[in-house]
Design a protein around this ligand. Structure first.
Ligand code: S3P
Length: 449
C-alpha cells in the first residue's frame, strides 16, 4: 500500500542489559518468493513461517490480482493455489507495492513474459527508486515499459506476447534483478541464462529447483552462470520459511552494544549469501556462539547466543558486501560503539535502497556525535568506544525501515535518548520489532505529534 498514514515519531532511551529470547519473523526475501512461485505453480502450495510484514502482504495482494488464490490459514501459515506458468490474468487495477522494491521488481519480472499490461506504483520511497535495471532486461524478452522520467514508478509494463529467452549479465550485484530475469525466463521458450559476477542471495535459484524447474548453476571465469529451461510445470510445494538473518541482526547488534546483555536468537538462517554481517561482527570481536547448527526448510540455520562485547573497528572486505547489503546501516551503529574506525567500501548500492542509506546513516550519526567520512561508494565510521556515543538527536528515516530500526538501536546504548521521525515503516519487514525489543529490555516509546 502506498504510504502508511501519519508519521509516528519514536524515542529510544538508554536501557539496562538486554536478556531473553528473540524469535524474529520469517525471511522477507524467501516469503516474497514463496508467494510468487506458489502463484506460478499448478495446485496448492502450503507456506509456514511467512513474514506477515506489509511488503510481503502487498505481494500476496498482487498475486491475487493476477488470478492466484492466496489465503492466510493461521499465523504465518498460508495457502496459495497457483495459476501455472503463463497463466497470469491481467489485473484490473493498478498494482501498489507500497515500500517494497523486492515485490515490485520480482513481480515485474514474472509478468513481463505474459501478454498482459500492468501498471505499478508505490509509496514516495519506491516511486523514487530506479527501475531501468529491471525494464532493460525485460525489453530483451520483448516487454515494453512506460514509466516516469528516469524509469521511475508509476510505470506501465506491456508484457511480451511472444517472449524470447535471453542471455543476460547482471550489471550490478542485485538479487532482485537476477531474480526478475529468471522469473521472466519461466514463461519464455528455451533456455534463459543469467550471469552474475558476484554471488548474491540465491533463494530464487534454490526455490525454483524445489518447485521442479530445470535450473543449473555453474561457477565459471565469467561468474555464476545460471541456466533455466523455460515453460516448466511448477509443482506446488510445502515451504517452511526460516527466520530472517537481516531482522535477527537488530537484536543481535543491540545485545552487542548494550552493556551486560546476554540473549538468544534461535533459528536464524546462515545461508552464506546472507550471513556476511555475522562474519563481520565476529571479526570485530563479537561474542556470538552458533549453537545447534542444522538445516530447516532447505536453509542452514543456527541458534545464536549473543553477549555484550567490547568491539574493535575493522575494514569490511568489499567482496562481502552482497552477503550483508541490508546490514550496513545497523553495522554503522555497532561501529559507532567500537574502538577505532570501521571502513565499509564497495557499498554504492546502498544509495538506491529504500533511502540513500549512506547519506541517511551519515547525517543521523553525525547529529548524535559520531565522526563520519563518506564518498559515493564508501562509509567510514570513527568509533567512539563502548558507551561513547552522545545521542540526543532526532534522526530522519526517509521511509526506510532499516534506518529507523538502526537509530532506535543507537538510542539503547547512547548517553542520551535518540528519536526518529517515523517508526511506521518498521512494519514493512519487522512488524513485531517494538514488542520484541521491549521484551528484551529496550525502552521504546511512541511520541505524540
Ligand atoms: C533482495 C535483494 C536485495 C536486498 C533486498 C532484498 C531480494 O536488493 O537489498 O532487501 O529479496 O532479492 P538488491 O537486489 O537491490 O541488491
Amino acid at each position: 500500500m502506498s504510504g502508511h498514514g501519519d508519521p509516528i515519531p519514536m524515542t529510544s532511551r538508554p536501557c539496562g542489559p538486554l536478556s531473553g529470547t528473540a524469535e524474529v519473523p520469517g525471511d522477507k526475501s524467501i516469503s516474497h518468493r514463496a508467494l510468487i512461485l506458489g502463484a506460478m505453480a499448478v495446485g496448492e502450495t502450503h507456506i509456514t513461517g511467512l513474514l506477515e510484514g506489509q511488503d510481503v502482504l502487498d505481494t500476496a495482494t498482487a498475486m491475487r490480482a493476477f488470478g492466484a488464490d492466496v489465503q492466510q490459514v493461521g499465523p504465518g501459515e498460508w495457502r496459495v493455489n497457483g495459476v501455472g506458468v503463463g497463466g497470469f490474468g491481467e489485473p484490473d487495477q493498478v498494482i501498489d507495492f507500497g515500500n517494497s522494491g523486492t515485490g515490485a521488481r520480482l513481480v515485474m519480472g514474472c509478468m513481463a513474459s505474459s501478454p498482459i499490461t500492468v501498471t505499478f506504483t508505490g509509496d514516495a520511497s519506491l516511486r523514487s527508486r530506479p527501475m531501468a535495471r529491471i525494464t532493460d532486461p525485460m525489453a530483451l524478452f520483448g516487454a515494453q515499459a512506460f514509466g516516469r522520467t528516469g524509469g521511475r514508478l508509476p510505470m506501465t509494463i506491456v508484457g511480451a506476447a511472444n517472449p524470447i529467452p535471453v542471455r543476460y549479465t547482471v550489471p550490478m550485484p542485485s538479487a532482485q534483478v537476477k531474480s526478475a530475469v529468471l522469473l521472466a525466463g519461466l514463461n519464455a521458450p528455451g533456455q534463459t541464462v543469467v550471469i552474475e559476477k558476484e554471488a548474491t542471495r540465491d533463494h530464487t535459484e534454490r526455490m525454483l529447483a524445489g518447485f521442479g524447474a530445470d535450473i543449473s548453476v555453474e561457477v565459471t571465469d565469467e561468474g555464476r552462470v545460471i541456466t533455466l529451461t523455460g515453460q516448466p510445470e511448477l509443482k506446488p510445494q510445502r515451504v517452511a520459511v526460516p527466520r530472517d538473518p537481516s531482522s535477527a541482526a537488530f537484536p543481535v547488534c543491540a545485545a552487542l552494544i548494550v552493556e551486560g546483555s546476554d540473549i538468544m536468537v534461535p533459528g536464524v538462517s546462515q545461508n552464506t549469501t546472507r550471513n556476511g554481517i555475522y562474519t563481520t561482527l565476529v571479526e570485530m570481536g563479537a561474542d556470538i556462539t552458533f549453537e545447534n547448527e542444522r538445516e530447516e526448510g532447505g536453509e542452514p540455520v543456527a541458534d545464536l547466543r549473543v553477549k555484550y562485547s567490547a568491539l574493535k573497528g575493522i575494514e569490511v572486505p568489499p567482496e562481502r558486501a552482497a552477503s550483508m547489503i541490508d546490514e550496513y546501516p545497523v553495522l554503522s551503529v555497532v561501529a559507532s560503539f567500537a574502538t577505532g574506525k570501521t571502513v565499509m567500501r564497495g557499498v554504492k548500492e546502498l544509495r538506491v535502497k529504500e533511502s540513500d542509506r549512506i547519506d541517511a546513516m551519515a547525517r543521523g550519526l553525525e547529529a548524535c556525535g559520531v565522526t563520519i567520512e563518506e564518498d559515493q561508494d564508501t562509509l567510514i565510521v570513527h568509533g567512539q568506544g563502548p558507551g561513547g556515543v552522545t545521542g540526543g538527536a532526532t534522526c530522519a528515516t526517509h521511509l526506510d525501515h532499516r534506518i529507523a530500526m538502526s537509530f532506535l538501536l543507537l538510542g539503547m546504548a547512547a548517553k542520551t535518548p535518540v528519536s526518529i521521525d517515523d517508526c511506521g515503516p518498521v512494519a514493512t519487514s519487522f512488524p513485531v520489532f517494538e514488542p520484541l525489543m521491549g521484551a528484551l529490555g529496550a525502552n521504546l516509546t511512541r511520541e505524540k505529534q
